[in-house]
Design a binder for this molecule. Structure first.
Ligand SMILES: [Zn+2]
Length: 150
């Protein structure tokens, strides 16, 4: 894999993890590491062998609202904590929202294949700085609003 691709993917992974962390930390009392794990979960599809084909490809089934709802319901069924399910939903939802704005988009209506996307460069340096700035702002707000810091 070429170095430019490695840097692009590394930046995208870090951004998804950080945005998920900040959302969970900012809006829930759940363990913010949930935001890292579930902010990254949809991109586990990079591990799928290419031979499997659609929908087990990058931006396939793991990047759909149906998958996200299944994971959120599963997290609630296992933990029995609403706060955990909300945290999981924020993290995985942020990943899908960010990726849905990119040129490749996501399949919002899975199992139907859709191709619509606004085509925004969501993993460009400018968008990355913006996402990190908003996330840092959220963490600063959380740290200064009188709520406890873990
Ligand atoms: Zn993704």
């Amino acid at each position: 894999m070429e170095i430019g691709r490695v840097l692009f993917l590394g930046g995208a992974f870090l951004t998804h993890a950080f945005v998920g962390y900040a959302l969970v930390r900012g809006f829930t009392d759940a363990d913010p590491r949930i935001g890292i794990v579930f902010g990254l979960l949809p991109d586990a599809d990079f591990c799928f062998p290419a031979a499997w084909g659609w929908p087990l490809v990058h931006r396939g089934v793991t990047h759909t609202p149906l998958f996200a709802l299944t994971v959120v319901a599963g997290s609630y069924a296992i933990s029995r904590y609403r706060e955990t399910a909300v945290a999981v939903g924020l993290a995985i939802g942020s990943h899908l929202l960010i990726d849905s704005l990119s040129p490749k988009g996501i399949d919002w209506l899975f199992p139907l294949e859709t191709t619509w996307s606004p085509g925004l460069p969501v993993h460009s340096p400018t968008a990355t700085v913006l996402l990190w700035a908003v996330s840092i702002g959220l963490l600063r707000w959380r740290a200064t609003d009188g709520r406890t810091i873990d």
